[in-house]
Design a protein. Sequence first.
Length: 229
Amino acid sequence: MKEILTVKNLTLSYEGKNVLENINFDVQEGDFLVIFGENGSGKSTLIKALLNLKMPSKGKITLREGMRHCDIGYLPQAALLEQNFPASVWEVVLSGTLNKMGLKPFYTKKEKDIAKKNMELLSIYDLKRECFRNLSGGQKQRVLLARALCSANSLLLLDEPVSGLDPAATADFYEVICKINDAGTAVIMVSHDVHSSLSVAKHVLHIGAKTTIFFGTPHEYEIEQMGGR
Ligand code: ADP
């Protein structure tokens, strides 16, 4: 297994005040890392750093050679998204290819093929002409996931992707994300849904009290949570 992302001695701060200190973890090819932490523990700040939107005060985030931060497919929290824009499903998914297009002013067959492939993978190709804002919450998440896959397929970063979804849509989302992971895409998922996330994770990072509370496998995490190693 090869690392695609390594975080070493990372410290993140706002105005000189540390939010996270000395964080260490890595993500391997095909990995599924779940990040847990109380509200205010620094999960969003860590995500910003992984996307290169926040500079470390100390330490380093290293991506696999040849990979750039814009190669990380990102699904933001639903609350941060404009859910009502009047675009079709096809337009939303296709817009995920924008960062691959360079200075070309229009989509070519290559971008359209990428969008179609990811829509088929997520079984939403028949929704192509639907208006995004008319979809259910679960369908919207599939569309946004297909969009994220168009911008990157070696690493996906998902920020609380099931919050706001009903249990059936949540189960459906986990099924889809496991399918994507099984096909070789590494996943980092911030989640509050400990029970379900542990069943899909390959590694767990728990942050709190400014630092790493735990990093290891779900099995080791469950043993630790039970109070003994
Ligand atoms: P989480 O995502 O785990 O809820 P955040 O990363 O949003 O946590 O926040 C971690 C800490 O950093 C909190 O104490 C929060 O108040 C602080 N914080 C977050 N964003 C900013 C900012 N832009 N300026 C100053 N402090 C911030």
